[in-house]
Each structure stands twice: as C-alpha cells, then as structure tokens.
Design a protein. Structure first.
Lengths: 302, 302
C-alpha cells in the first residue's frame, strides 16, 4: 500500500496519482464550458454498491452529450477498482468523469476535440454524517433561486452546472438551515445539491418525477419501498406537500438516506427522524452488506 | 523571450508556465461544481482593450458569487500584463478566473474553502475570422434547447455553465449552420456561446436587454452607435425581428463584430454583410489603435 494514496487515488492521463497531485488541463472544456458528465459510486466495507447501475447511467450520460471517452465500460470499471484498490479505502466516494477535452489552438467546435476521462477514489463523503442524521437536517426551500430548467440542461445527465444549487446553499445558510431544495419555474419541488428528496405525505411516499437526476439511491429507495409494501407516488411535489409531510428525507450516494427534521424552521412531523425513514435507511444499509448489488473491490493481494 | 511561452503563458499557483503545462486541481470546485467566474480581455497590437471595464466586471462577478480571490484588482492587472508580456503575443486572448477552490476532505460548505485565481494569455481567438466574416456567418435560432434562466444562473455574472449553449451549437451544426443563438422560456432572443447579438430592424439597432451577459463588446457597440447617431433599442427581441432584420451581427471579445448573412438558411437582408455592421466594425477596430480604451502591455524590456 502506498501511504501517499491513502487520502485518495486518482487516474489522470493513464497514471494513478495521489489525489492531492491530481490535476486537469486549465484549457479542458470540461472546465471552461463545464462540457462534461460524471457519476459517483460508493464503496462500502470493501464493496461497490450498484456499480452496474452507475456505469449504465454514465454511458447514457456520455451518449447524451455526444462524448466518447477514450475508455470503454469494462476499462472504466477496471480503473475504478484500481483507484480504490491502490488507495486501500474500505469506504470510498468514487467518481468517474468524461470531459470534452483540450481544443487545439483557436478551435471552438466540440466535435473536433479528443474527449478525456478522469477518475478518483477518496474517503466516503457524507452530505450529513450519522451524528448529524441522528438530529436530522434543517432543509430550506430556496426562494431566491430556481432550478435550471430541463429545457436548458438535462438534469438526468449528471452534470457540474451547480450555480443554482450553490446559490440555494448560500440562501439556506443565511436562513440558518443546513441545506436547500430548489423549485422549478412552476414552483414544484425538484432537488438539492447532490440529492433527491422524498416526503411521507398522507401515508404515501412521494418524490418528484421531473426536473431531477434519476438518482441511484432514489431508485434504490423506490425498490426497497416496494419490497416493504410502501406505496410510492412519483410525480409532482408541491412545497405545501413538504410542509404537511410527516417525514422528509434526502437521498444521495454521499450519505444514503438522510432524515430532515426541520423545514424552513418548522418541525417536520414530530421533529424527530420518522419511522418510515429509519426503516428504509436500515434496509438501505442492509443491502450494502452483500447480495446482488455489491461488487467486491479488487484490492491488491486481496 | 521563452519560446515555450509563445503558444501561451498561464499563471497557476503563483508560477508562470507554458499554457500546455497549466493545470488545475481535479478537486477544485471551480470544476466539480462550476463554482467560479471569469472574464476575457483582448490584447490587440500590443494593447489591452478596455482593461478597466473587464476588471470592473470581474470584481462584480466575484462579489456576486461571494468569491474572494487571493489577488486584488491591481495584482490581477499585473498578472495579466505578465502573462501577455512573457508570451510576447501582440494579439492575445487573455482570461482571468476565480474559483471556489479545493475543499478539505469531506467539506461541502463553500464558505469554508480558500478561493483560487488563475490567468492565461493565448493567441487571439476568433469566433469567426476575417475570411469567415467576409462571407458572413450562418446563424441558427435553437429550437430544441432554451437558455438557462437568470432566475437559476445570472448571465451577467460571466460563467462556465455552457451546457445549453453547447447543445445549441450541436443543433446548429446538425442544421448546417455555424453557430446558434438561444431563446429564453418566453421565446425571446438571448445570446449564443460567447456572444451577444444585434439586429438592424426597421432602421434601428436592437439587442436584448435581459437574460444576457452585459458584454464589453456589446457596450462598446452601444457607445460607438450613439457616437454615429444610430438609434439603438435595448429591449425584448423576438425571433421575428431577426427574421425581418436587414442586418444581423454578433459581438464578442473573441472576434469583435461579426456579420451574420444567413439566419436558419434564409438570407439576411441582401445576403451580404450590411453597411451599418461594416461601419460599426470599422469604428470598433479603429478604437483599438489607440485612445482612452487602450492600455499598452508591459512587455519585458519594452
């Protein structure tokens, strides 16, 4: 094990390097036009969670943006195993990125640029860690910013266009909240920075259908809820439905299911993490301990 | 003069390096959240054009995003002079960038991150060069994508959220056009990838007021037109006004005023670059030869 890689290992230009040394060209249009896509898969206790689903989505995202990264699906999987394996991390946040690449001098046509691929593994990232989850999050519904429309940037193609989400975060902080969820131009709930949102409303679980990433954690919750006999309605979610909800939780690869106990300063339900949230959260982490969704990481000498 | 710098010189982490070697951290949130702003100023025949206006806008953009780059305005100007001076370029495209920076492990709060500053000078970039301008550009009005709303991302804060603009470009190419202009959610004309748009409509010059970058070249055209006694209306521009226009041109620091002679396959006016366009373009380049808007570059030994 290389100690310099324990804080994270990145794949850049065919080399595996410590995360602190990982750099991309200043002129990569993945930066200068945010012309790129990415995906994040978790490693938990030495196993990737739903690796195939993340690779499928990454492939689809690349195709939607007319990006052809220099490595195919199997090679991407191999690189992700290498990044985690070389870092030695048992619980990791693993990202793959395809960018438009570096144009030749004066070139502005994205069709004429060789696309690039980057990846890295760092210690598992929590939007809210287990201590914060015990108390529950304080979520704000952003008032001063709306989510980028799907007619401008497709939210189902995972992207770094976070300007609206970061504005929402600053607004949440100004209002003493931990995080923000944004509404669309019609005032319907969409998503927040890196997460989908669910509510228990009149005994049913609800989550937005449109204007959001089709999160793998979101999908996992839909499947776990079905197995638990919980009715889920995927459709339009109005802010009023969140205000009347008995439970709210966020879903993300960076933290799983995270209970929300305050919404715009008002208690959600009893003000404690709800029973349905805790049950689904337990099922979610159970599913990480083995079974069809877990792919053991190839650790060196392992 | 360092020959390696002749293709461009960048400023990264306090060092001046050849543009081909300039890299930013993979984990800079300027990349991973497109949480950054930038500005571009031209150098023409050894002089910056309207440097103060660009520095003013950059300062305002940073403030709007709550970014505090580690270098102040005078230091930014000094770095830009150094980048151009060390490259030896007489005609250059000069960019300054402020990013959120690299978070500590697990940190997701943008307030707790040290912001970063990058800059570079490369040879002058043309959206359309003088040969292409002689024929005039073929512009498409995008039908399948709309411009990101100002309620999501403020277009007056220059940003790398180009996903919508790149989609517009691909659509334009599919329709055999050179470039695209996007409409907003209400169907009004906004801007294209890196440019504002003007039309000569019923004898008046018109350009959109809202949902666009307040381009310095746009501002220069407004001032030059006033000096020429040309009436300009800055307001809502409908696609029909472009279709009925006798002249259309694009404005950008990357190319100045660029005539459009085809709109969605139909000739604009006579199908040749228009008289008003050519007159303003001449005044624009005249203004680069000296006067209040020109700041001579400090070249080494110069």
């Amino acid at each position: 094990m290389n100690a310099a890689l324990a804080a994270g290992c990145a794949y850049v230009d065919g080399q595996y390097v410590p995360i602190a040394e990982a750099r991309i060209p200043l002129l990569d249009m993945g930066f200068s036009r945010s012309d790129c896509t990415y995906d994040v898969v978790a490693v938990w206790q030495g196993g990737f969670f739903r690796l195939d689903a993340h690779l499928d989505r990454f492939d689809r995202s690349c195709a939607c943006l007319q990006l052809a990264p220099p490595v195919g699906r199997d090679e991407v999987a191999r690189i992700l195993h290498e990044c985690v394996g070389r870092s030695g991390l048992r619980d990791a946040y693993v990202e793959m990125i395809a960018t438009r690449g570096v144009p030749n001098a004066g070139e502005r046509d994205p069709r004429r640029i060789t696309n690039r691929f980057y990846a890295y593994a760092i210690p598992y990232v929590w939007i809210a860690n287990l201590d914060q989850q015990a108390k529950g999050l304080h979520l704000a519904i952003a008032r001063n910013v709306e989510r980028i429309s799907p007619r401008a940037v497709d939210p189902t193609v995972k992207n770094f266009h976070w300007g609206d989400l970061v504005r929402g975060l600053f607004e949440a902080y100004d209002r003493a909240a931990d995080n923000a969820v944004l509404v669309d131009a019609n005032g319907f709930i969409t998503e927040g920075p890196g997460f989908n949102v669910f509510a228990c409303y009149r005994g049913q679980l609800v989550t937005p259908a449109e204007g959001v990433l089709h999160g793998i954690t979101r999908q996992t919750v839909l499947e776990l809820a079905a197995a638990e006999g919980i009715t889920v309605r995927v459709g339009r979610v109005e802010p009023e439905m969140l205000r009347e909800a008995s439970e709210i939780f966020l879903t993300s690869t960076a933290g799983g299911l995270m209970p929300v106990t305050l919404l715009d300063g008002q208690a959600v339900g009893t003000g404690e993490p709800g029973a349905m949230t805790l049950r689904l959260r337990e099922r979610y982490w159970d599913a990480h301990r083995g079974g069809q969704w877990v792919t053991p990481v190839h650790y060196p000498g392992g």
